[in-house]
Design a protein around this ligand. Structure first.
Ligand code: PEP
Ligand code: CO
Length: 453
């Protein structure tokens, strides 16, 4: 680590590099970004680390989620408000039903760059580079749109700042106060079974709160039940961007990345000898590591030791996305290795990315039941090895889209086409997200799967 510096990653293999064409434009953009104000602040990153330490101790359950890819076009107040809504609804349901506090981390305000398995896309004998997220190129299928353009990173920075600004102002106005929970309802949820269950929960919470208020049992600060805490995260794929927003703190003599509170490294870039792991090894933010079926357990141990040599709790979040077919075979060995090495990590389950397939019409999708099955296996395996299931990592949107099969609405191959709108991976819609949380609370409350504390 002594040789680490802001640019040491550049000497190593850069997986999933966008292949920028215009180097002088890239340098201008990086210079400009390097002088911009931070998007998030140091005290917030430190608070998140503290909360993650508490999550490590079992005092919080983590719900991390949001879009697979944010886009420049899907950007308005209503959408952001609704995304915040879902996270709040999920938190309330989970906390109320399990008596465990929730920690909310959005895949939001920075989730614009995507790794791709296929670097080239072919349609009707025409071939262009794949879409890599709005931070890199455009989704339209044309030579011009698919050319990587560094200027897009400026737009990513601006939209991330606006998004977080809006979230902060909603929180300050008290929008996330539990007393406003009735306002968080979305129209189509109102008609559903989950909506009914959700409103019953809100009613009970409101009653309890007014009782507490009447009895004057809590002061005004606790009153908001910590729902005002909200953190952002994104995949740290574009190292030029991450570097530009990483600044040296002269007091602490440490580097903080101000592009988001938590950064994760994707399954395709978590190479122990690669640029991405090198870069995050030098920053103070909490770091997520996605774990797919190609993981080599000993390599995972090396990655963790490189990023977290002091074995601090709350620093490393392992996000397993193994797929229901692989989880039984792979996860137990990983947990055992982590336990043997006494590494302090938080485990999250991403039950989505290992279960993606193309349906008969060629649409990328995931089945709701498969997602649940991986989650259930995940809880079971952790319990059996005396390890803590720390939370979930999911892709959802507030819109009533039809991108994942199944669920309460029983979306099938034909209805999937009604509102298939994702820029990248299929997301749970609002109802499916709530349904998932209700199922998860059942799992947590079943002794067989209970998180130890
Ligand atoms: C993602 O989270 O959208 C993603 C690409 O994940 P993974 O790196 O796990 O494939
Ligand atoms: Co995704």
């Amino acid at each position: 680590m002594s040789s680490w510096n802001l640019e040491s990653w550049k000497q190593l293999q850069i997986d999933q590099s966008p292949g920028w064409h215009n180097d002088s434009k890239l340098q201008t953009v990086i210079k400009q970004l390097s002088s911009q104000p931070p998007i998030v602040f140091k005290n917030e990153i430190i608070l998140l680390k503290k909360r993650l330490q508490q999550a490590y101790e079992g005092k919080y359950f983590i719900i991390q989620g949001g879009d697979c890819a944010e886009t420049f076009s899907d950007f308005n107040t209503e959408l952001i408000k609704n995304k915040l809504n879902i996270l709040l609804q999920m938190s309330i349901v989970l906390s109320y039903a399990t008596s465990i506090k929730t920690l909310r981390i959005g895949r939001i305000a920075g989730q614009f760059a995507k790794p791709r398995t296929k670097l080239i896309e072919e349609r009707n004998h025409e071939k262009y580079p794949s879409y890599r997220g709005d931070a890199i190129n455009g989704i339209e299928f044309s030579e011009k749109a698919r050319r990587p353009n560094p200027d897009r990173m400026i737009k990513m920075y601006e939209q991330s700042s606006y998004t977080l600004n809006l979230i902060r102002s909603m929180i300050n106005e008290g929008y996330t106060d539990i007393h406003n929970a009735n306002q968080w309802d979305l129209d189509f949820i109102k008609k559903s079974q989950q909506g009914k269950q959700y409103r019953q929960i809100i009613k009970k919470i409101s009653k309890t709160l007014s009782f507490i208020k009447t009895m004057d049992l809590i002061n005004n600060h606790n009153h908001r039940l910590e729902l005002y805490e909200f953190f952002t995260s994104h995949e740290g794929l574009l190292l030029e961007y991450e570097q530009a927003l990483t600044r040296f703190d002269a007091n602490e003599k440490k580097y903080y990345n101000y592009s988001g509170h938590m950064i994760w490294i994707g399954d395709r870039t978590r190479n122990i000898n690669g640029a991405h792991i090198e870069f995050v090894a030098g920053i103070e933010n909490p770091i997520g590591i996605k774990i797919g079926p190609s993981i080599i357990p000993d390599e995972l141990i090396k990655i963790i030791k490189k990023i977290n040599p002091k074995n601090e709790a709350g620093k490393i979040i392992l996000i397993s996305r193994l797929g229901v077919k692989n989880i039984d075979e792979i996860l137990p060995e990983l947990i055992q290795k982590i336990n043997e090495n006494q590494l302090k990590v938080i485990w999250l389950c991403d039950p989505m990315h290992g279960n993606t397939f193309k349906n008969k019409y060629g649409y990328k999708t995931r089945h709701f039941n498969t997602i649940l099955n991986e989650l259930e296996q995940y809880m079971k395996i952790h319990k059996s090895l005396n390890s803590r299931a720390g939370g979930i990592h999911i892709e959802f949107t507030s819109e009533n889209v039809t991108e994942c099969l199944g669920g309460f609405q029983n979306i099938n191959n034909d209805t999937l086409l009604n509102r298939y709108e994702t820029a990248c991976d299929p997301r749970l819609n609002n109802l499916q997200s709530l349904e998932l949380i209700f199922k998860l609370t059942d799992l947590i409350n079943t002794k067989e799967y209970q998180c130890q504390s």
